[in-house]
Design a protein around this ligand. Structure first.
Ligand code: SF4
Ligand code: SF4
Length: 422
């Protein structure tokens, strides 16, 4: 069930203003502003519920609601376990219901992200922009500066590949001779269009470990729509994906994107009371796993070549706090011969990517990212591994703009490389 903000008064009044959230909140640490921490955001929400002001008509207050990363660090640190991230999401949904969304955001969420075909066409257009000389020209004549935040965020884009992961599936799906498991692989939007090489590595690794993999024709998981309060599209996508998955009899539903896994698991909460979709959503939630966690559950094959590299790991917020995955990626990295694993200080501190936060709040996101880059630099590692493609975009950007020699990778890519060297 999607909880309306007006029904969450009991949640927000549990905030006792102790301030324990200050130490863990990335936006507070970057700005020092009281309304950029859970306590301040909860106060704004509480005052609006008490009628002191109308949340939907106060742009300066909306700013503090939208500058939250939804990283969940405050929820873990809070002695009263106040669900600040849930309250912020409910506040955004309330604002969206009352005011709608700005046209560019509506276009991105409903017109592009909710439609895989248009999303892939958009990615192709970006590839043309990057390779035709238009990007070079736009940078030379300073056109990007005219685009404001969007222009700054342009540097986040990786080189868009010539193909999507879906286009490569016929060559990639090779069932093992004697499969031990039957699993479905959920292709996330970022993996499909920007990082198909990660998806290819995931499929190779799963099949190498005895999994017969099916890839259903699913759409976006809806996480971006939830983050921006577009509940209507989120529910539509959730129902569509559940209808697709009901046709597949599999042991597990796997993704290599921590945010997608978290989003799919959340369908049970969203649609739990729906007589038709509730049972489907609960069945699905029980099967959804992060691919790395699943591989440690079934036990990975140990025959690998040596990589001889130093690696550290960044915990995506949706993995560490959403899915409670901490040890599994580290276990996999440590199991690769020649990998020297070093723990990074504040490995679970948000990188500032937070889906598209790095586009909508580029400057603040960069300040948050700098802290991550400083911590990475201190490790002396060559590789910065993670388990979420959105974090990967942000981390790779951080390495580029700071001129650091490291490389950002998905853990599954290193495992795949080790298998290929065996
Ligand atoms: S830690 Fe929890 S109770 Fe304390 S101020 Fe922050 S949100 Fe409120
Ligand atoms: S979810 Fe993250 S950014 Fe938002 S208030 Fe909590 S700690 Fe701060």
């Amino acid at each position: 069930m999607v909880r309306a903000l007006r029904d969450m008064r009991e949640e927000v009044v549990r905030c006792n203003k102790c301030g324990f959230c200050q130490e863990v909140c990335p936006t507070y640490k970057a700005t020092g502003e009281e309304f950029s921490v859970a306590r301040g955001r909860n106060r704004l929400i509480r005052l609006s519920l008490e009628g002191t002001f109308d949340l939907t008509r106060s742009p300066e207050i909306n700013h503090h609601i939208y500058s939250c990363l939804l990283c969940g660090a405050c929820v873990n640190a809070c002695p009263s376990s106040v669900l600040t991230d849930t309250l912020v999401k409910a506040a955004r949904a309330e604002i969206t219901r009352a005011k709608g969304q700005p046209f560019p955001l509506r276009l991105a969420l409903r017109g592009v992200l909710a439609d895989q075909r248009r999303l892939s066409l958009g990615a192709k257009a970006l590839r043309f922009y990057q390779r035709s000389g238009a990007r070079w020209l736009a940078r030379q004549i300073g056109f990007l500066k005219l685009l404001g935040a969007l222009g700054k965020a342009e540097g986040l884009l990786p080189d868009v590949p010539a193909y999507t992961l879906r286009q490569r599936l016929p060559q990639l799906l090779k069932p093992p001779a004697r499969p031990r498991h039957t699993v479905a692989y959920f292709i996330g939007c970022v993996i499909n269009n920007f990082f198909p090489a990660i998806g290819e590595a995931t499929l190779r690794v799963l099949q190498h470990n005895g999994c017969e993999v099916v890839v259903p024709p699913t759409g976006c998981c809806g996480i971006p729509h939830e983050a921006y309060g577009d509940t209507e599209t989120l529910l539509r996508l959730a129902r569509q994906n559940l209808e697709v998955f009901r046709r597949y009899q599999v042991e597990a539903i796997l993704t290599d994107c921590a945010s997608c896994a978290h989003g799919l698991q959340n369908y049970a909460e969203l649609l739990g009371e729906d007589p038709h979709y509730g049972p489907l959503a609960r069945e699905m939630a029980a099967k959804v796993r992060d691919a790395l966690a699943y591989l440690t559950e079934i036990g990975i094959r140990k025959e690998m070549g040596s990589l001889d590299i130093t690696v550290t790991y960044h915990d995506p917020c949706h993995a560490i706090r959403g899915l409670k995955i901490k040890q599994q990626p580290r276990e996999i990295l440590r199991s690769i011969p020649g990998v020297r694993f070093v723990e990074m200080n504040e490995a679970d501190w948000c990188c500032g990517g937070a889906g598209s936060y790095n586009v909508t709040h580029y400057d603040l996101s960069r300040r948050i990212l700098e802290r991550k880059m400083n911590n990475f630099r201190s490790t002396g590692a060559q590789y910065l591994a993670t388990a979420c493609p959105a974090c990967l975009l942000q981390l790779a950007h951080g390495l580029r703009v700071q001129g650091l020699p490291g490389k950002a990778v998905h853990v599954i890519q290193l495992l795949d490389q080790a298998y290929q060297k065996a």
